[in-house]
Design a protein around this ligand. Structure first.
Ligand SMILES: [Zn+2]
Length: 363
């Protein structure tokens, strides 16, 4: 397996060049109509907007500029499902993931397997995730990094470990270790991290077993899915005046009544309307903050490499000159059609206590 690594990584410069050409091609074609689905426009972007870093809008309704990619490999991490091209985030997010990987390794967790972060310019995705749109959300597997490097092919196909029994919604005790708890505690310890989404079974396991300092449990929030990975969300970063923060989590540990609700039948009843369109299928550019149009139209960096984060320094992509904001498309001015109420409800992460039905994420 090790022998396959150099060849699988040798194609990078050619890929970077190809992506550079793609970026130029996408500049030549000006997407226009405000009615165009935002997921198609953002999903087609291969490179970030080469401007200063800025998150715009809300986690489930926005975009971001000045994104950087986490390198495919580091001493203490590996990026999974690389073909999805979702290893992009606000530089503060990427820096924090790298820091978590180092701190976790020092704690005894061999390294992080990194799932989806964001598309290069964020925005709604073609598949999966209602959030992850402003570069401040990241999924991290609850499976530790194996000692032998994973080939690119293995990263596409390796299964994650399902930590929760789907019938009882309780953690599989044979799989849960003190290191899992420590990893979540470490992630919750950073002031930037505002909440961590986990399966209710995992929240319950922590509620039942964590002794001593339990203050960090308030950041650990139960949610559907999240049974093979956890979702780390950081707050709006400086330099993002149009970033909409989320309400702070309640001050208590969240182990009482709100958690008990998850162990009733109600959250697990089949979706009565499984074929209803999802927010991402309906969102147009007019539904996103108007600044996202400029993000979409901004030039990209010359290559993926130029926008890959290498710790500490200012990423090259962020050093590119700020493009002039394009004129506002006439159709978008003041005419944003309202999304159906059910869709608006779907886009925000529901607060515990008034959880809204949401299909289990597909990935
Ligand atoms: Zn997530």
């Amino acid at each position: 397996m090790k022998a396959s690594m150099p060849s699988s990584r040798g194609g990078k410069p050619a890929l970077a060049a190809a992506l550079g050409l793609l970026a130029l091609a996408s500049l030549a074609v000006q997407p226009a109509a405000a009615e165009e689905r935002a997921k198609d426009l953002f999903g087609a972007k291969k490179l970030p907007a080469a401007t200063s870093a800025q998150s715009i809008g809300f986690y489930s309704k926005g975009c971001f500029a000045g994104g950087v990619a986490i390198p495919m490999d580091g001493p203490t991490w590996e990026v999974m499902r690389p073909s999805r091209n979702r290893r992009w985030g606000h530089p503060a997010m990427i820096a924090l993931i790298e820091k978590l990987s180092r701190d976790a390794a020092a704690d005894g967790w061999p390294g992080l397997l990194i799932g989806d972060i964001s598309q290069p310019r964020g925005g709604p995705m073609m598949t999966g995730h209602a959030s992850h749109q402003i570069g401040l959300d990241a999924d991290i597997w609850l499976t530790p990094m194996p000692s032998a490097p994973l080939s690119m092919a293995q990263r596409e196909t390796k299964s994650a470990t399902l930590m929760v029994d789907e019938k009882t919604h309780l953690v599989k005790d044979a799989l849960w270790t003190p290191q899992h708890t420590q990893l979540l505690k470490r992630a919750a310890s950073y002031p930037e991290v505002e909440r961590i989404l986990v399966n209710p079974g995992i929240k319950k396991k922590l509620c039942d077993t964590v002794k001593g300092d339990r203050d960090w449990l308030r950041k650990i929030r139960p949610f559907w899915g999240h049974d093979y990975h956890f979702h780390m969300r950081i707050g709006c970063q400086p330099g993002s005046p149009n970033c909409k923060g989320q309400e702070a989590t309640p001050a208590d540990d969240g182990c009482g009544k709100p958690l008990a609700w998850w162990f009733t039948d109600e959250p697990w009843r089949p979706n009565k309307n499984p074929d209803a369109p999802k927010a991402r299928d309906l969102m147009t550019m007019a539904n996103l903050p108007k600044e996202c149009r400029a993000v979409l139209d901004a030039p990209g960096p010359v290559s993926v490499g130029a926008a890959t984060y290498h710790g500490g320094g200012v990423p090259i992509a962020a050093a590119a000159p700020e493009p002039a904001a394009p004129p506002e498309p006439a159709a978008a001015a003041g005419s944003a059609p309202a999304l159906p109420a059910s869709v608006n409800a779907f886009t925000a992460t529901p607060e515990i206590g008034i959880p809204l039905p949401r299909p289990r994420p597909g990935n």
